[in-house]
Design a protein around this ligand. Structure first.
Ligand SMILES: Cc1cc2nc3c(=O)[nH]c(=O)nc-3n(C[C@H](O)[C@H](O)[C@H](O)COP(=O)(O)O)c2cc1C
Length: 316
C-alpha cells in the first residue's frame, strides 16, 4: 500500500509525493489579469506538494467572473506566470494551471465595456458576487451564439498552449462549481434546442470540444479536468449527474486514444481516493472530482463499475 509520500505518475508526469494542492482563487492579480511578483513566492512556498494546481485562470476577457483574477492570454499575463513556474520548479515542485470561463457568474463590472455575460441560455443565477462596490446580484446572461462557442473553444486551446509556454507542467480544465462548462452540462442552465442542448450527448458536446482542443494543443498526457457533480454551488442543479458522468466516461475513451500510454497509468484504487485524484485505468489523463459522487468518479472497483455502467446505460 503506497503512502502519501510515495511518488505518483499522472499521465507522463512523475510527482514526488501524493499531496496535491487544490486550486484556490486568490484575487491578487491587477486589473489587467497580471500576477504580482509575490505570486511566485506564494506558489514556491507550497512547492513541496507533489503537485500544485493554480487558482482558476481566465481564458479570455469574457471569462472573468471574479475581481482581480489572473488571465493567460496576453504577453504580460504569460510573463507573470513564468516567474511562478520558474520558482516552483527551482524548488523541485510540479504545477498545473487551472483554466476556466465563468459564463453567467461574471458581472458586467468585470467584462470588457461592461458587457453582458454569456451562458448556454439566458438564465440568471440566484446569488451575488463581490465587487469593489460591495456585493451585487448576478445578472441575466445572454445566450452564447454558436460562433461564440467555437471562439470560446479556440480560446481554451490558446490558453492551454499559453500555459505550457509559461512553463506549466500541465493544464486542468475547470468543469465544476457552476462555471461555463458545467452550465452546459446541466438542465437548469442549458435550455438550448440546438446541438449543444437537450440530450446528454448534446450537453456534453461543449465539454468534449474543449477537452479535444486542449489535447490537440498539448497532448492528452498533460490535460486534466475537474468535476463537482451535484454540488449546488452557483445555483446549479444536476438532476442526471450520474448519466452525464457516464457519458464522460464512455466518450473519453473515444477521445483520448493514446492507446500506447494507457497501460502506463496504474488503476485508480483506494490509495487514490483520499486525494481526489483519479488516474483512470482507461484514460491517459488525470481527472479529479469533488462532491457527493466522488465514489462514482474516483473509487470505482470492478463490481461497482459494472453496476454503475449497467444502471446508467439504462438512463441514457
Ligand atoms: C478560497 C477558495 C477558493 C477556491 N478557488 C477554487 C478555484 O479557483 N478552482 C477550483 O476548482 N476550486 C476552487 N475552490 C474549491 C477547492 O479547490 C476545493 O475543491 C473545495 O474547497 C473542496 O475541498 P475541501 O473539502 O478540501 O475544502 C476554492 C475553495 C476555496 C475555499
Amino acid at each position: 500500500m503506497p503512502t502519501l509520500f510515495d511518488p505518483l505518475r499522472i499521465g507522463n508526469i512523475e510527482l514526488d509525493n501524493r499531496i496535491i494542492m487544490a486550486p484556490m482563487t486568490r484575487s491578487r492579480a491587477d486589473d489587467e489579469g497580471v500576477q504580482p511578483e509575490y505570486a511566485a513566492t506564494y506558489y514556491a512556498q507550497r512547492a513541496s506538494a507533489g503537485l500544485i494546481i493554480t487558482e482558476a485562470t481566465n481564458v479570455s476577457p469574457m471569462a472573468k467572473g471574479y475581481i482581480r483574477t489572473p488571465g493567460i492570454c496576453t504577453d504580460a499575463q504569460i510573463e507573470s506566470w513564468r516567474s511562478v513556474t520558474k520558482s516552483v520548479h527551482a524548488r523541485g515542485g510540479k504545477i498545473f494551471m487551472q483554466i476556466f470561463h465563468t459564463g453567467r457568474i461574471a458581472l458586467p463590472d468585470f467584462l470588457p465595456g461592461n458587457a453582458q455575460p454569456v451562458a448556454p441560455s439566458a438564465v440568471r443565477a440566484n446569488g451575488q458576487n463581490y465587487t469593489d462596490e460591495g456585493m451585487k446580484e448576478f445578472v441575466t446572461p445572454r445566450e452564447i451564439t454558436r460562433e461564440e462557442i467555437a471562439q470560446t473553444v479556440a480560446d481554451f486551446a490558446t490558453a492551454t498552449a499559453n500555459a505550457i509556454t509559461a512553463g506549466f507542467d500541465g493544464v486542468e480544465l475547470h468543469s465544476a462549481s457552476g462555471y461555463l462548462v458545467q452550465q452546459f452540462l446541466t438542465t437548469n442552465v442549458n435550455l438550448r434546442t440546438d446541438e449543444y442542448g437537450g440530450s446528454i450527448e448534446n450537453r456534453t458536446r461543449f465539454l468534449f470540444a474543449v477537452l479535444d482542443a486542449m489535447v490537440q494543443a498539448i497532448g492528452s498526457q498533460r490535460v486534466g479536468v475537474k468535476f463537482s457533480p451535484q454540488i449546488a454551488f452557483n445555483d446549479i442543479e444536476e438532476r442526471d449527474a450520474d448519466a452525464v458522468e457516464l457519458a464522460f466516461d464512455m466518450e473519453a475513451q473515444r477521445f483520448f486514444i493514446e492507446a500506447d500510454h494507457r497501460r502506463e497509468v496504474p488503476a485508480a484504487q483506494d490509495d487514490m481516493v483520499d486525494f481526489r485524484v483519479l488516474q483512470h485505468e482507461q484514460h491517459a489523463f488525470a481527472v479529479r472530482a469533488v462532491g457527493e459522487h466522488n465514489d462514482l468518479a474516483v473509487g470505482r472497483d470492478a463490481g461497482r463499475k459494472d453496476s454503475f455502467h449497467a444502471e446508467s446505460a439504462a438512463a441514457l
